[in-house]
Design a protein around this ligand. Structure first.
Ligand code: FES
Length: 575
């Protein structure tokens, strides 16, 4: 690799030719502040916070997009650089709603941190922008009074997710991020994945706050409130309390939920195992009976909505199985009250999800049974952390508790749903045992693991060759479906997760102050999930004793008419 030499703040350094000044500074361990820049997602060089001085060059240079050259001498903190950055910050702050105390991003806001670092304590410039929108119509809330026009949300929505629900519009002081025809997000093609929230440096994008709904249910003596927690939450919630990334806090989380007053604490992995029983059966039925292939998973509500908008010719390929959240909700309002001797109408089901799209899913008309929702409220990992803090619970000092029985026993298969490739691997474990009639000991399918955007493999099970593919991030899913449309690929089974990395990187997971660490954080959370699988007592969905029990006592068998009535659904083509 060809190298070049340069000097940054008096430090001589040699870096790969083609590196930007920002990358070179990182190697020299020199911090340059950034705001709009997010490597691999958004690199427009527009905010200018990262400007540096290069000796002999005219004007200041944005370090994030300026290539380093042989022999240059860079100053990253001269008086001119510091004062220019300060001026830029003051201009940005002039158009920014400064109600930091009441902002959900208080202390997790990149702009607030920059303002603090630069000691901004005045309001020197006048506000110029006039365009302010507050869109609270759906699970993703937009407040343009806080927007700094960095454009990260537009890039992640358009380039990574290929959703194109938002864009920069107008010019000069009226520039704003908005939707086509300025309609609310819920009326557009937004899939509610929340990836825009994850990259927003400030509080301009947030999830709808449903914590009050949950507090009210907990305070209602008439209601029996049960909660389910998705697998990805247990390896991320601890970050909200300062614990190392990837720490498994399942036991503390269950104790905290008991302390909050939930009547029963259950595990969404039960719903995941139920999904595998139904989806595995559906896959084998389609293969053996000439059904529509490839079968495509439908666990991710963001992906399902993306498919409904953009690939409606694939709707028959989607598995008819409800997602684990919704399967859990359906049995929590039928099987559970029957077993527990409760009035089903008094059971209130709360989900704790790493996902903002789950809020949309719980409201879908197609999923209502007799006109009633089977999941009453969905809160994200961040919202649960907020409730725990509001209740004054010292999370890090809690001892461990266990999930309640009946819908609370997990398997390794259910846990790995959190990772991209996890649903596929869990399904293969069950399908392989069904096809061989054996209790196979080799159950790890490493070919479907990892964070590459798409993966494919051919798995030979008892003479049957299964061609499988995995995509995470709807942009990658779009590429995969395009190859199928063009007749260039032939698969039996495809897993799609809307969020890059899968649920561990869902739109409801903790916000990172340093978003350049996203991949590293995803790897740590994913490793923690696989470690939970390795140490699980049961690692296959069909070995879950509670799953065996619900089929024996209530559902009869996978694919039965009762299972279809409660655990399956249909989809609709959307504009
Ligand atoms: Fe470099 Fe915005 S961070 S221009």
């Amino acid at each position: 690799m060809e190298k070049i030499n340069l000097t940054i703040d008096g430090i001589d350094i040699s870096v790969a030719k083609g590196s930007t000044i920002l990358q070179a500074a990182k190697e020299a361990k020199v911090d340059i502040p950034t705001l709009c820049f997010l490597q691999g997602v958004h690199e427009p060089g527009s905010c200018r916070i990262c400007v540096v001085e290069v000796e002999g060059w005219r004007g200041l240079q944005p370090a994030c997009v300026t290539k380093a050259e042989e022999g240059i001498v860079v100053k990253t903190s001269s008086r001119l650089v510091r004062e220019t950055r300060r001026d830029i910050l003051e201009l940005i702050l002039a158009n920014h709603n400064r109600e930091c105390l009441s902002c959900k991003r208080n202390q997790k806001c990149e702009l607030q941190k920059l303002a603090e670092d630069f000691g901004i304590d005045s309001n020197y410039y006048e506000k110029k922008g006039t365009c302010v929108e507050l869109d609270q119509s759906g699970p993703v809330v937009r407040d343009t009074s806080k927007c700094v026009l960095c454009g990260r949300c537009v890039s992640v929505c358009s380039n990574i997710q290929k959703v194109n629900a938002i864009d920069l519009a107008y010019r000069g002081p009226n520039t704003s991020v908005t939707t086509p025809y300025e309609q609310s997000l819920s009326l557009r093609s937004c899939i509610n994945c929340g990836q825009c929230i994850k990259v927003c440096p400030v509080g301009a994008l947030q999830e709808r706050d449903d914590t009050e709904k949950v507090w009210k249910a907990l305070e209602d003596p008439e209601l029996h409130v049960v909660v389910q927690t998705a697998p990805a939450v247990r390896v991320a919630l601890g970050e909200e309390f300062g614990l190392p990334v990837g720490t498994n806090v399942k036991g503390k989380m269950v104790t905290a939920l008991k302390r909050l007053g939930f009547n029963k604490i259950f595990d969404t992995t039960f719903g995941a195992d139920l999904t595998i029983m139904e989806e595995g059966t559906e896959l084998l039925h389609r293969i053996n009976n000439g059904g529509k292939l490839p079968l495509i998973t439908s666990c991710s509500p963001g992906w399902v909505k993306f498919c409904e908008h953009n690939y409606s010719d694939f709707l028959d390929n989607l598995s008819s199985c409800r997602s684990p959240q919704q399967m859990f909700g359906a049995v929590a309002k039928s099987y559970y009250p029957q077993k527990a001797g409760l009035d089903a109408n008094k059971v209130f089901v709360v989900s704790v999800m790493p996902c903002t799209a789950k809020k949309f899913e719980a409201d879908r008309e197609e999923l209502k049974i007799n006109g009633l929702k089977d999941v009453d409220a969905v809160i994200t990992t961040r919202e649960l952390a907020k409730m725990i803090k509001q209740a004054g619970i010292n999370f890090n000092e809690l001892s461990d508790s266990y999930y309640d029985e009946l819908l609370g026993t997990s398997t390794g298969a259910g846990v790995i749903f959190a990772n991209t490739g996890g649903v596929m691997e869990a399904a293969l474990r069950t399908v392989a045992d069904i096809l061989t009639g054996e209790d196979l000991q080799t159950i790890e399918y490493h070919e479907v693991r990892g964070l590459e955007g798409t993966k494919e493999a051919t798995v030979n099970i008892n003479g049957m060759e299964l061609n499988v593919a995995i995509a995470h991030g709807t942009g990658n899913a779009a590429k995969l479906l395009d190859t199928i449309r063009e007749g260039k690929a032939d698969y039996h089974f495809i897993e799609v997760m809307a969020c890059p990395g899968g649920c561990i990187n869902g739109g409801g997971q903790p916000i990172l102050m340093d978003k350049s660490k996203t991949q590293e954080v995803n790897q740590l959370r994913a490793a923690s999930i696989y470690s939970l699988d390795r140490t699980a007592v049961k690692r296959k969905s069909h070995d879950n004793p509670e799953i065996k029990k619900i089929y024996a006592e209530f559902l009869d068998k996978p694919g039965s008419s009762k299972a279809h009535q409660l655990l399956h659904t249909h989809y609709i083509a959307r504009n």
